[in-house]
Design a protein around this ligand. Structure first.
Ligand SMILES: [Fe+2]
Ligand SMILES: [Fe+2]
Length: 283
């Protein structure tokens, strides 16, 4: 299967006049089953950058959401409006986890910031979003899969302690971001994996994709790794465990941070690429 991924929103932009960066993530995916939009950034760059790159967002078969955080869902409202405005479709399917609209926060040094979807479900449905909320693995089109919840198995991939949500008793506790999910596309040269933020842990994610698909090779692994906010020990354990997988290309983004990205560039050498606004990867 021939696949082409283009990063629309990311924390950095280099060499593309007119494109802008923001703390966020969004990728345009062209597959033989048609195009898909994965995540929407915070909302300040997606329409601008899609225009700069000439991407026909309105032609997306569906929007796929990696998890509820604002830096992945904030552009949903503008995107749905643009998709509806430029085509005569009545609704736009949006695939996400049932936790999509939960309240969650970033807490640090006495401050608390809301980081959930910044629009209500109704505000998004009015212009045409049609939510399909599933927690499990799904094959959305032949060879195009959305992971759903990823089992947490490794001992070293710990949750980000600054992310909070309400537990069933109403207490504000560390949020494991159960909804974190990844796109995996089958290609002739291995699985093409597009991560959201990897809150489930990069190794847990690759292990689960291997189990679900039987794939022994990854053509590409690209996206947010969430290795920026974790301990150096966790970074090193993750890098060591990555060597157990056959990965052709690895491109880290977004919540990886520059220090860890530089560390991975040294580690993976020719197989590594920096993954910022405008990056294109083909399989
Ligand atoms: Fe996140
Ligand atoms: Fe993120």
């Amino acid at each position: 299967m021939a696949v082409r991924a283009r990063v629309i929103c990311e924390n950095a932009v280099y060499g593309t006049l007119g494109a802008v960066a923001e703390h966020g993530w969004s990728v345009w995916l062209e597959t033989p089953a048609g195009p898909f939009l994965f995540d929407t950034g915070q909302g300040r760059s997606i329409l601008n950058n899609a225009r700069v790159f000439g991407l026909p967002l309105e032609e997306a078969r569906a929007v796929l959401i990696s998890h509820h955080h604002i830096d992945h869902t904030g552009g949903l409202l503008e995107t749905i409006h643009a998709m509806r405005w430029k085509s005569d479709r009545a609704t736009v399917p949006v695939h996400a986890h049932p936790d999509l609209f939960k309240e969650s926060f970033y807490e640090s040094e006495g401050t608390r910031e809301f980081i959930g979807v910044p629009h209500t479900r109704g505000a998004l449905e009015t212009p045409g979003a049609r939510f399909i909320l599933e927690a499990g693995w799904q094959e959305l089109a032949p060879g195009v899969c959305l992971s759903g919840e990823v089992p947490r198995r490794t001992a070293f991939e710990l949750c980000d302690q600054e992310l909070r949500h309400y537990d069933e008793s109403g207490n504000l506790v560390v949020d494991p971001v159960r909804d974190d999910q990844t796109v995996a596309i089958d290609t002739a040269d291995g699985m093409f994996v597009i991560l959201g933020c990897s809150h489930a842990g990069l190794i847990n994610i690759l292990t689960y994709i291997t189990e679900q698909t039987g794939a022994s090779r990854f053509h590409t692994v690209m996206g947010g790794t969430h290795l920026g906010p974790v301990s150096e020990a966790q970074v090193e354990q993750t890098i060591a465990a990555l060597h157990d997988f056959d990965i052709g290309r690895i491109g880290v983004s977004h919540c990886t941070g520059q220090k860890v990205a530089a560390r991975m560039a040294r580690e993976f050498s020719d197989r590594f690429f920096f993954c910022s606004v405008g990056t294109v990867v083909e399989a």
